[in-house]
Design a protein around this ligand. Structure first.
Ligand code: LM5
Length: 471
């Protein structure tokens, strides 16, 4: 091709790109029930959610009583799904309420365990798919009030966690296997009338929760995938509006929402609905995302409610700590699930992990709380995190090298002044090897220890990237 031809092709390409880009820009579909905001929230409540970084999930309900077993048979599906897995009729399942005695329940003990683990927020199942409510709802009798335990478990939880300075969030499933008006799909006029009544019931319950437990910081909706919901853009929009009327800075993930065309989480224009990506169930992204996000994780495989015999792989403390670090390094939150036992206590395995994680967080939490993505690339030894407020940079070392040396690539021009392991005051020897690389003499790590190095950059160098949105 001669020069002129090349130029012509180039100009043509430019033109075509322009045509596609403008066409796409014009294609925005007008939506009544789509995203209510584009880009990250910039208010203090949302910044607090980000700064918290590490949270706890609690799955507790009637399913905690059978703990994965029904009539002597073990069900290896998720324990909180046992009503469905073992096809238990309502009348039989409801009898579990008689066994809800909770002799060992002490919300302050749960809160202490959470506090010592280092979480800054906690999400509890106020009502899972089974429909049983952990609070005395005036809109149904299927609640904790009508059990031998009888007390308002949710209130005790809210008070105890709030007293420990832990923010509380409410998990709420829209699916309700116990409610006569709930429908997974709407196939007749009768269904349609029932589901309309169910919408009112749900709005009432959400309002009741916000009104009676004003400490709640946000909602974690679930069970929004059935056809009845996917066709209910206006309903999920109404819930969002109602929550904001009652509590303007309430936080709610994307799982609640669907637009009028049936697009879930992201509307038909690909804009995130709700405040953060809430689809990360038992998985973490591998790269940065444009939105806030939160991953929720189980200790065993897919078990959220109490299961008395965990099968398969059970994560150890370091696996979970690595996930906390990874989430932080990618500007996301990490929430670890607990499934308390039917007597109200927390199982020993979970208590031990909570303690191990808590020990690590007490020493190294500085690299997690208030932190986010650094502008330095991920490297083989682990994860960089950065605190934009203090301009500190952290290396969370998950792969201690046999060489005893950590090679650290930094952007050109970056000068590291000092490197100190958290929990120590002695700086490590730091060599500048080539233009963009430092070699750090690693601390003598105990085997299997994840440690954190705090780097101080030359004054004026920014660790940024995790730029908190401007207020
Ligand atoms: C699995 C994978 C992606 C989205 C949804 C599911 C099914 N998950 C559930 O039904 C409930 N969500 C969990 C937080 C837990 O409550 C589980 O029972």
């Amino acid at each position: 091709m001669n020069f002129m031809k090349k130029q012509l092709v180039f100009v043509l390409c430019l033109f075509l790109t322009w045509v596609t880009v403008t066409a796409q820009a014009q294609e925005a579909i007008p939506l009544k029930y789509g995203a209510q905001r584009i880009g990250k929230r910039t208010d203090p409540a949302m910044q607090r959610w980000r700064d918290n970084r590490f949270g706890q999930f609690i799955h507790f309900g009637l399913y905690s009583i059978p703990g994965g077993y029904w009539k002597g048979k073990c069900y290896n599906g998720a324990a909180e799904w046992i009503k469905s897995g073992a096809r238990i009729p309502n009348a039989e399942y409801e009898k579990l309420t008689e066994q809800m005695v909770l002799p060992e329940f002490d919300a302050r003990e749960w809160a202490r365990i959470a506090k010592n683990m280092g979480v800054k927020y906690s999400v509890i199942t106020t009502k899972h798919h089974e429909g049983f409510c952990l609070w005395p709802s005036k809109y149904t009798d299927y609640t904790i009030a009508n059990t031998p335990f009888g007390r308002d478990l949710l209130k005790e939880y809210v008070d105890a966690y709030t007293a420990e300075g832990i923010d509380v969030y409410f998990y709420f499933s829209i699916i309700d296997w116990n409610h006569k008006d709930w429908r997974g799909s709407v196939k007749s006029r009768e269904d349609s009338l029932a589901f309309e009544r169910f919408k009112t019931f749900t709005l009432n319950q959400v309002s009741e929760l916000i009104t009676n437990y004003p400490e709640v910081k946000g909602f974690w909706f679930d069970g929004t995938w059935d056809p009845s919901m996917v066709k209910s853009g206006s309903f999920t929009y109404d819930i969002e509006q109602r929550m904001h009327e009652l509590k303007p800075d309430i936080i709610c993930g994307s799982r609640l929402r669907v637009d009028e065309k049936g697009a879930r989480h992201f509307d038909s224009n690909k804009n995130l609905m709700g405040d953060y990506e809430q689809g990360w169930e038992r998985s973490l992204p591998d790269a940065a995302l444009p939105n806030d996000w939160e991953a929720v994780m189980t200790i065993p495989e897919n078990q959220w409610g109490y299961h008395s015999s965990w099968k398969g792989h059970i994560k150890n403390a370091n696996e979970l700590i690595e996930m906390i670090a990874k989430a932080t390094s990618l500007d996301g939150n990490f929430v670890l699930n607990f499934g308390p036992k039917s007597d109200g206590s927390i199982r020993k395995e979970e208590q031990l992990l909570a303690k191990q994680i808590g020990g690590w967080m007490a020493k190294n939490g500085e690299a997690i709380y208030d932190c986010g993505m650094a502008k330095f690339k991920e490297q083989k030894w682990g994860y960089f995190t950065a605190n934009p407020k203090t301009n500190a940079l952290y290396m969370v070392v998950t792969n201690h090298p046999a060489t005893g040396q950590l090679k650290v690539n930094v952007p050109q021009g970056t000068v590291i002044d000092q490197c100190i392991p958290l929990g120590s005051s002695a700086p490590l020897k730091l060599e500048k090897s080539t233009k963009n690389e430092y070699v750090i003499q690693a601390p003598k790590a105990k085997s299997n220890e994840i440690y954190v190095l705090k780097l101080t950059l030359k004054k004026g160098d920014s660790v940024g990237n995790y730029v908190a949105p401007k207020m």
